[in-house]
Design a protein around this ligand. Structure first.
Ligand code: SF4
Length: 282
């Protein structure tokens, strides 16, 4: 294994963090709120609670190869009706997923790692962290895949092109090819639900070329350094001027940006914490 990568102890349960940390770099203003001001919302959204419960169920499946009943934890839900609605939806999703993939995965995959965090040294003291849901090896091809659950209300035909170009695939490939011999790519495992409709689909493996990975490593590094440079300008210009809005990521249906309420404010790291947020430890 490359000495650029550090593997941290496996963590289970709790908030699923990997995807959200990568998203920090989609919008520099969001990166600024999270990475520089260390702000995070106080309340966990029901979408995140739902997604986390589906992830936890799948993690247990890959540990035991058993299809257990699904129950959405009640903790975090203030509205009983919303919990009952999400619980029923989760049961539909898991029933559909198990019917579609459980036997296939038992037959086809050897699990190499679950919920493990990998840190990649970008150089100059910058670290890129990824946390794929599962690393599996195909018994048919011997190839290694990062298998990742996507709970979504976007129909698969809408979501698939977005996943094809997603930075998540690139970041995972950049890091995991250094760790696993035969690493092939990222396999999104879509769990769609909206109203009474559910569908579980896998659009296929998302690949990246060596050149794309090299470019991405430079891009992430320059984004982080750029945020640092702009922070040094605070005082001369407002954060609104230094970090222009990146509207594409504000209103994602299932994961709207949690910084929307303060996005137009001139938040700085030394100000009191805005209402509805808390300072994270990192
Ligand atoms: S609300 Fe939009 S522009 Fe503001 S931080 Fe979030 S993603 Fe960026």
């Amino acid at each position: 294994m490359s000495d650029r990568v550090t593997i941290l102890p496996t963590t289970t349960g709790g908030t699923h963090a990997g995807y959200h940390s990568l998203k920090d770099f989609d919008c520099k203003r969001r990166g600024y709120f999270r990475q520089v001001c260390h702000l995070e919302p106080e309340e966990t959204s029901s979408a995140l609670l739902f997604g986390t419960a589906i992830h936890s169920w799948k993690e247990a499946f890959y540990r035991t190869w058993e299809v257990a009943p699904f129950t959405l934890p009640r903790e975090g839900y203030f509205d009983g009706e919303k919990w009952a609605e999400d619980n029923a939806r989760g049961q539909r999703v898991i029933t559909n997923w198990a019917a579609t993939w459980a036997e296939h995965d038992i037959r086809e995959f050897e699990v190499l790692a679950l919920e493990t965090t990998y840190q990649y040294d970008l150089g100059d003291g910058l670290i890129l962290t990824v946390k794929p849901d599962a690393i599996v090896r195909s018994r048919t091809t011997g190839k290694v895949l990062a298998l990742d659950t996507k709970t979504t209300s976007l129909r698969p035909h809408t979501l698939c092109p977005m996943l094809e170009s997603a930075n998540q695939a690139t970041a995972y490939s950049l890091v995991l090819r250094e760790v696993f011999e035969g690493f092939l790519g990222w396999l999104p495992d879509i769990a769609f639900s909206k109203g009474g409709s559910v569908a579980c689909e896998r659009p296929g493996v998302v690949y990246r070329t060596a050149q794309q990975l090299e470019d991405y490593a430079i891009e992430v590094k320059s984004t982080i350094l750029d945020i640092g440079d702009r922070v040094a300008e605070i005082g001369h210009a407002s954060i609104r001027a230094l970090f222009p809005t990146c509207d594409a990521f504000c209103h994602e249906y299932f994961h709207p940006c949690s910084y929307l309420p303060i996005c137009r404010d001139n938040v700085t790291p030394d100000q009191p914490v805005p209402e509805g947020y808390r300072r994270s430890d990192s």
